[in-house]
Design a protein. Structure first.
Length: 131
């Protein structure tokens, strides 16, 4: 089962994402802050990361940049899931190193297909995490 890291500080949003991912066969790791997410990304090397942008402390943009500048740069797809929808937010998020951008609110029935469409279904065939 591929492992996904969800970096999301809103417990309700996390529950929706975790439910949808687990129903699709993913193992879900959780982080509520950018700092915790960075630590888990480096330690666990998940198949992909779902990144909230508006996080307490280190935000999702900074967390993405730090992951990208680490030794795992480019190997782990990162998809931003955010309520930021102002002009330029998408571009700023992608420029920070995210592979895709999904606006909240999400639809739990289609979110996994949206994510897999962005990063490719190849992560499903990786087995467990890409450690």
């Amino acid at each position: 089962m591929p492992t996904v890291l969800v970096i999301e500080d809103n417990k309700d949003n996390f529950k929706i994402l975790a439910y949808a991912l687990q129903r699709s066969g993913y193992t879900v790791l959780a982080a509520e802050t950018g700092e915790e997410g960075l630590e888990l990304a480096l330690a666990e090397r998940p198949a992909f990361i779902l990144m909230d942008i508006n996080l307490p402390g280190m935000d999702g943009i900074e967390t993405t940049k730090k992951i990208r500048s680490s030794g795992i740069d480019g190997k782990i797809p990162i998809v931003a899931i955010t309520s930021y929808a102002m002009t330029g937010d998408r571009e700023r998020t992608l420029a920070a190193g995210c592979d895709g951008y999904i606006e909240k609110p999400i639809d739990p029935m289609t979110i996994v297909a949206q994510i897999e469409g962005i990063i490719g279904a190849r992560v499903k065939s990786q087995g467990s995490s890409s450690k």
